[in-house]
Design a protein around this ligand. Structure first.
Ligand code: APR
Length: 312
């Protein structure tokens, strides 16, 4: 069987780390793509990583390009094209800059890699993945957004530290939009089946929910740019679930067609990812407070989607 092909659109901070992980985990041959002005940068990064593959003994190629033809037949595309946040900016502030970029990418991807499983990371995430689907007319099974895996990882880490528990035992789910209204679902959060409320006091839980919601901004404030290690690993987990047919249950931004009472909107929900892409969406029994938070989050996503729809 031929090696799989992994196309990474955007060779910046997240793109580079994605390439590193895809190579290290031998998911397939990696093509790191960027705009013509950054072609040599993409090529240099790719060469550095390919030389790392020699040290690690990994049989896969890593190449850099600015030509979409080189992405033809990609099995997976992970899109980070666009600009990241600067301190003080919200993800929604990026819409004007990143909207034309996602449209550009969608048009080219539709032509050159129509069969790929696509994971969008560019922000504002829910609106960007919405536009990607609208523009390409692709199926919701094959076009997802990465946010929930990352937000859940942040939530799990803060809880594990507070509960003095192993990170291996903490199970969490963060749903809704990838913004400050996201919904860390405490009612389904456990330490190996034990409800988190048995281990952590409500006051501490409230603080952790707040820190999770602002988890991206905390890093932007420290580094002056967006996080990239954990975002890259989160998308690789989704790509791997697809390529290896793992049927993982991962919080993913999925196009909703009535689930949770929402339609024509991308938002984070628990989804099973396997060889069929998004194979199933699970509807959790949320309590009234969680339903209200999800509504607030959906309203925030809708506002940005409305801006996207109004701009041609
Ligand atoms: N096609 C391909 N790549 C593009 C395009 C395009 N049309 N436009 C811009 N890019 C590239 C940039 O040249 C840059 O190399 O996207 C890359 C983005 O890299 P970084 O600036 O390092 O940003 P990064 O931290 O990787 O984040 C990318 O993901 O999490 C989101 O908010 C973040 O929207 C941002 C995106």
């Amino acid at each position: 069987m031929a090696r799989k092909k992994i196309g990474l659109i955007g060779a910046g901070n997240i793109g580079g780390e994605l390439a590193n992980l895809a190579m290290t985990r031998q998911l397939g041959d990696v093509v790191l793509f960027d705009i013509p002005a950054k072609e040599n940068f993409a090529k240099g990064k790719a060469l550095d990583l390919e030389q790392t593959s020699a040290l690690l003994g990994k049989d896969c190629s890593v190449t850099g390009t600015s030509k979409w033809e080189d992405l033809a037949g990609a099995d997976v595309l992970i899109v980070t094209a666009g600009i990241p946040r600067k301190p003080g900016q919200s993800r929604d502030d990026l819409v004007a800059t990143n909207l034309p970029i996602i449209r550009d990418v969608a048009d080219a991807a539709k032509k050159h890699c129509p069969d790929a499983f696509v994971i969008v990371i560019s922000n504002p995430l829910d609106a960007m993945v919405y536009e990607y689907k609208r523009r390409t007319g692709g199926s919701r099974q094959k076009i997802v957004g990465m946010a929930g895996v990352l937000d859940s990882a942040r939530f799990s880490l803060f809880l594990a530290r507070e509960a003095n528990a192993s990170i291996k035992d903490v199970r969490t789910m963060v749903l809704g939009g990838h913004g400050d209204d996201m919904v860390p679902v405490l009612s389904h959060c456990t330490v190996n089946g034990v409800p988190i409320q048995k281990l952590v006091k409500q006051e501490a839980l409230d603080k952790i929910v707040d820190r999770t919601r602002k988890g991206g901004g905390e890093i932007v404030g420290l580094m002056g740019t967006s996080a990239y290690y954990a975002p890259a690993f989160s998308a690789i987990a989704m790509a791997e679930a697809y390529l290896l047919d793992q049927k993982r249950l991962l919080a993913s931004a999925v196009y909703l067609e009535g689930e949770y009472g929402y339609k024509d909107l991308y938002m984070g929900v628990p989804a099973v990812i396997g060889a069929g892409g998004v194979e199933k969406i699970l509807e959790l029994d949320l309590n009234d407070a969680e339903k209200a938070m999800l509504k607030k989050s959906a309203d925030s996503v809708q506002k940005v989607v409305d801006i996207v729809k109004a701009s041609t």
